[in-house]
Design a protein around this ligand. Structure first.
Ligand SMILES: [Fe+2]
Length: 205
């Protein structure tokens, strides 16, 4: 996930590309945070009071940075202000800060929050909570998001991920997802995946 959130440099020519990537990342992070705040945190706080307070503070910091970056991106794209390069430099610093906040947040969740959930919640409750997560991601972003997620995985992880999806989603949905992945991967990478998952050979596109 962290790799997918990394930006590199921002200049006049790349501002539009960064803005597109940024709006996708913001939608994903918003879905993640809203799911946690509405579903996961209340369940955990009922078993471990105040356990989620640090994560709520992280979400506030993320929101402030997202808002600041959104404003700076709009200014860079419109060429506003007499010191355009200074705006771009500030934007780069804010993006680096956001990446650091998100990376630390996800490391803390992986090592602390999910361990706490395993310790305090039963397996059935964990499954019931996790099953609510997908509805917090806007479906219209999936054609863009899915190839990015798959590209960030190793080939073994890609195979595991697609085989898992093949098991849990209806076949027409899986074929649509496979089409988005195919469109987002290079021909060689796609051929390698089909070699591992022959069911992908009939993917359209
Ligand atoms: Fe979170």
């Amino acid at each position: 996930m962290t790799r997918a959130l990394e930006f590199r440099t921002v200049d006049d020519g790349s501002a539009t590309r960064v803005a597109e990537a940024f709006s996708l990342i913001r939608a994903v992070v918003k879905g993640h945070s809203t799911f946690e705040e509405e579903v996961l945190f209340p369940a955990l706080e009922s078993k471990a009071s105040l356990a989620c307070t640090p994560y709520l503070l992280d979400h506030e910091a993320e929101n402030e940075l997202f808002g600041s970056i959104e404003g700076l991106l709009a200014d860079v794209q419109s060429g506003a202000g007499p010191r355009h390069s200074a705006l771009a430099s500030k934007l780069e610093r804010q993006i680096v800060a956001l990446n650091a906040v998100l990376a630390l947040h996800s490391r803390k969740e992986d090592t602390h929050l999910f361990a706490l959930a395993k310790e305090r919640l039963g397996i059935e409750e964990q499954a019931a909570l996790a099953s609510q997560a997908p509805r917090y991601l806007p479906q219209e972003i999936m054609p863009q998001l899915l190839p990015r997620v798959v590209r960030a995985l190793t080939i073994d992880e890609q195979e595991d991920y697609l085989r898992m999806m093949m098991r849990v989603v209806p076949n027409p949905v899986f074929l649509a997802m496979a089409g988005w992945v195919k469109a987002g991967l290079g021909a060689e990478e796609w051929t390698t995946l089909v070699g591992r998952i022959p069911e992908l050979a009939s993917t359209a596109g």
